[in-house]
Design a protein around this ligand. Structure first.
Ligand SMILES: *[C@@H]1O[C@H](CO)[C@@H](O)[C@H](O)[C@H]1NC(C)=O
Ligand SMILES: *[C@@H]1O[C@H](CO)[C@@H](O)[C@H](O)[C@H]1NC(C)=O
Ligand SMILES: *[C@@H]1O[C@H](CO)[C@@H](O)[C@H](O)[C@H]1NC(C)=O
Length: 297
């Protein structure tokens, strides 16, 4: 090796090192976000649950999200929840967690864990205050399933920006026990009450216009001293048909991606306290609490 070639070799060596370092940094900040779908139902069980789960999980790779599904309340431990960037409650009813599971979920929210609620997620854990706040409001009742028009009141959110201002759906138009705006939620989708029949007796004030979907930049279920992640909720999705409808699927999946884009979990912040650690490290206890998609209730 002559004195003149040495610096050239060193230069290319350093350049290669730089490229490798850059790749490592990029790979670490681009770990695939993981979402746990929880569909346990202690009371009414939705026929559409298996369709909903498979519709979500099959679209995961396309949007770069890894979905896991469980109906096992024992999946709610600190260790298991810590690998997820978001927890999604879907089609739940009644008391679907025990005290240990609820405490683990509260700690997950305190660590910046993100939340997504779908349809009757608003009808579970009815006396659990932090869950009520993290979702935004509890379900009260719904009129019969029928066709209805829903209105987009905020098209700046990715879950509604592509929808027509009046969207025709066939779904259950939920009434709630409180106004999600009271905990700071931003309502994006509302019911056009003139477009359907509701013979029920409204005992609670859920605010006006009639809320159906909303988001929270900082979930209100976090305890003081905690780091609040994002929360997204949509009351739609009762029918299997909805989970085969492109507009509805885009609505839900954009909501999921928006929740994951929070700066509190590892999906977009490697110093987050929860979330998929990284694609480059070995995953711990992978899938021990996860069963296959479409498990019957
Ligand atoms: C309800 O809407 C669907 C399309 O979503 C349509 O096929 C059906 O005819 C409508 N039913 C009624 C009773 O208007
Ligand atoms: C993280 O997101 C929250 C909520 O959107 C925001 O208030 C905060 O400023 C963000 N923090 C940083 C460091 O970007
Ligand atoms: C990442 O999360 C940490 C807390 O875990 C926070 O201090 C920091 O501001 C976040 N970074 C960004 C870019 O949001």
């Amino acid at each position: 090796m002559t004195p003149t070639t040495f610096p050239v070799l060193l230069q290319s060596y350093l350049l290669a090192l730089l490229v490798v370092c850059a790749l490592v940094v990029v790979c670490q900040s681009m770990s695939t976000p993981k979402v746990l779908i929880y569909t346990a139902a202690a009371e009414y069980v939705h026929d559409s649950t298996p369709t909903a789960v498979s519709s979500l999980t099959s679209r995961g790779p396309r949007i770069g999200v890894e979905f896991s599904h469980t109906e096992d309340k024992n999946a709610f431990t600190d260790d298991n929840l810590s690998q997820f960037d978001a927890v999604m409650f879907m089609h739940n009813t009644g008391e679907v967690l025990d005290d240990n599971g609820k405490a683990a979920l509260q700690r997950y929210f305190n660590k910046g864990g993100n939340f997504i609620g779908v349809h009757s997620a608003a009808d579970c854990l009815r006396t659990t205050e932090f869950f009520n706040k993290q979702l935004g409001a509890h379900f009260d009742y719904h009129p019969e399933l029928q066709n209805a028009t829903v209105s987009i009141v905020d098209n700046t959110h990715p879950s509604t920006s592509f929808l027509p201002s009046q969207w025709n759906v066939r779904d259950e138009m939920y009434n709630f026990k409180s106004d999600p705006r009271a905990v700071g939620a931003k309502v994006i989708l509302v019911a056009n009450e003139a477009s359907y029949v509701d013979d029920g007796e409204r005992k609670y004030d859920h605010g006006s216009p009639h809320p159906l979907a909303w988001y929270q930049n900082q979930g209100a279920g976090v305890q003081s001293g905690g780091v609040a992640g994002r929360s997204f909720y949509t009351s739609l999705g009762h029918m299997s048909e909805a989970w085969q409808d492109d507009a509805f699927m885009t609505h839900v999946l954009e909501g999921v991606q928006w929740a994951l884009a929070s700066n509190t979990t590892r999906a977009f912040n490697e110093t987050g306290q929860v979330g998929n650690p990284s694609t480059s490290t070995t995953s711990k206890g992978s899938g021990s609490a996860t069963n296959s998609a479409g498990t019957p209730a």
